[in-house]
Design a protein around this ligand. Sequence first.
Ligand SMILES: [Zn+2]
Ligand SMILES: [Zn+2]
Length: 151
Amino acid sequence: MTVTPAHLRDLAGRAEALTAEVLALCDRAAQPEPEPLTTARHAATRLARGAEDLHRAATDLVRLQVQPCGLPWGVCPEHGNTLSSKAGVTTCRVCERTWDHDRLGRPCEEPVTWKVIDRAGTETRMCDGHVFGARAAAAGATFVRLDDNGA
Ligand SMILES: [Zn+2]
Ligand SMILES: [Zn+2]
């Protein structure tokens, strides 16, 4: 089976719930707290750390699975085909965000978030920014937003 970030996040959530349960149980104990409950509290701390590690693993897995858009020119991730490049600096004409390289002249490195199917049935995967341009140019195309798992 394929392990998805959602699987790891689910386990992390269960570890968090277990942490909370152990702490709640310790809090119900009579005072002064019996010594073994100190051990239980340490266990809760370790469970909480385990949950953090699982969250980190999920984030790393997302990063690993992200496919770059790869279209041969760059775009503004928010505004699309609004970039101009001059002397190695690229600027978005809308938000005025700048990049200190010729973003326009390089393949797009933004994560793929859309599947676009044109009228002939050809499927292209692209990022948010490229979808803006494609929406304007591709009459009759179908736009499908991809979920977190890239499916
Ligand atoms: Zn912009
Ligand atoms: Zn792109």
